[in-house]
Design a protein around this ligand. Structure first.
Ligand code: APR
Ligand code: PHB
Length: 399
């Protein structure tokens, strides 16, 4: 087998990239370890920045999003002193976010890939990358125990935090930066109307809580929990009670119902530099992780692959290598800013084991300051709706 760009991983990064390259007339193969149902079934965040909405429209996969996505022009911060709204639309030049679950995004992307003949190999085991610093890399894998091999011009590692690609960069050629937080998020999905028409991020004495949603009839709630929390100890009743204690009366009575998904996720900040090694490029969670506060994970995967698609287009159409050479620096610039925002928002809203009375007062003073300052609200709003993609990157994929 032979292809121009071999993509490892069919999550958001891999599939968005494959569909963009397909539009540009480039040949790709995507190798995915799991099956479609597994990838599509994973419950992840559901807040899309405008760059992600635009990309879906440009790729012609945005019909359901336009129908079913909920445009949110504001978001809310709650704390023991009350709650207030941040009018993102008024504070930025008209920007908003769109609530549409990552599971729905994946369904739309997989449907389009299948209809357009984008090659995806599901159940690809033992993926290995070879000759990455030569002009002729190749990739090997097995399918139902049969060995396979494909030559390619470039390999893109879109295989998430636990993938094989990042490890192919020699230790001496890369540097990792990491912060592991001393808590997790316990999340539930319920077939109940949301408690509020917009999201509520809540700093409570008892720990962080988030009221989110997937639609007008489906809610997503999170509470900060200990890392060693046993999910068995959290029947729905206990979850609802704790959520109510944290949210207080903000938003009113919470409509309760049985949860149909419940899970605990750890929080981590992680960046590896550079995002390129020879003819291997990293994109999305393979290169960086953010804590979910601020919902930047999938949107960062999208900005990476927008920049990479543009660099690959320049290479194949104009023979220009400068875009590929600049990819890592350009992507990391936006990555670090989103890392900073996610880290800051986590620090502002969570209870840390070492939160002493002084640090608690600092948190509350900062929230009060944001409440009273248009400048501070603007900082939050422009980060929340998503920072621009600098340079020329992305104009092709904007509406
Ligand atoms: N070989 C083939 N595929 C692999 C391998 C491997 N060795 N390792 C991992 N994969 C696949 C996974 O099964 C998964 O489908 O790569 C994909 C990586 O997808 P994500 O983890 O979703 O990463 P990414 O596409 O970068 O998306 C980032 O989406 O899933 C969220 O939390 C994530 O918000 C973040 C964003
Ligand atoms: C979600 O709905 O799952 C969600 C929303 C906002 C976040 C994180 C998660 O910041």
């Amino acid at each position: 087998m032979k292809t121009q760009v071999l993509i490892v991983g069919a999550g958001p990064a891999g599939l968005f990239l494959a569909l963009m390259l397909h539009e540009l007339g480039l040949d790709t193969v995507v190798l995915e370890r799991r099956d479609r149902a597994y990838v599509e079934g994973r419950v992840r965040a559901g807040v899309l920045e405008q760059i992600t909405v635009d990309l879906m429209q440009r790729l012609g996969v945005g019909d359901r999003l336009a129908q079913e996505g909920l445009v949110h022009t504001g978001t809310n911060l709650a704390y023991e002193g009350g709650a207030f709204r941040i009018d993102m639309q008024a504070l930025t030049s008209g920007s908003a976010v769109t609530v549409y679950g990552q599971q729905e995004v994946m369904k739309d992307l997989f449907d389009a890939a299948a209809a357009r003949g984008v090659r995806i190999v599901f159940g690809a085991d033992n993926v290995d990358l070879h000759n990455l610093t030569s002009a002729h890399p190749f990739v090997t894998w097995s399918e139902e125990s049969q060995p396979h091999r494909s030559e390619c011009d470039f390999v893109v590692g879109c295989d998430g935090f636990h993938g094989v690609s990042r490890g192919k960069i020699p230790a001496g050629a890369s540097k990792a930066f990491e912060r592991v937080y001393p808590f997790g998020w316990l999340g539930i999905l319920t077939e109940t109307p949301p408690v509020n028409h917009e999201l509520i991020y809540c700093n409570s004495e008892r720990g962080f809580a988030l009221a989110s949603m997937r639609s007008l009839t489906r809610s997503r709630y999170y509470i900060q929990c200990a890392l060693d929390e046993d999910i068995e100890d959290w029947p729905d009743e206990r979850f609802w009670e704790e959520l109510e204690l944290r949210l207080g009366t903000v938003g009113g009575a919470i409509p309760r119902g049985p949860s149909f998904e419940k899970s605990i996720a750890p929080l981590r900040s992680f960046v590896t530099e550079p995002m390129r090694h020879g003819r291997l490029f990293l994109a999305g969670d393979a290169a960086h992780i953010v804590p979910p506060t601020g919902a930047k994970g999938m949107n960062l995967a999208v900005s990476d692959v927008i920049m990479l698609a543009e660099a690959l287009e320049a290479f194949y159409v104009k023979g220009a290598e400068s875009g590929l050479e600049g990819y890592s620096t350009r992507a990391l610039d936006r990555v670090w800013k989103a890392e900073r925002f996610s880290w800051w928002f986590t620090g502002l809203t969570h209870r840390f084991p070492d939160t002493d009375p002084f640090s608690r007062r600092m948190q509350l003073a900062e929230i009060e300051y944001i409440r009273g300052s248009r400048a501070a609200q603007t900082v939050l709003a422009e980060n929340y709706v998503g920072l621009p993609i600098t340079g020329e990157a992305g104009s092709r994929w904007r509406v």
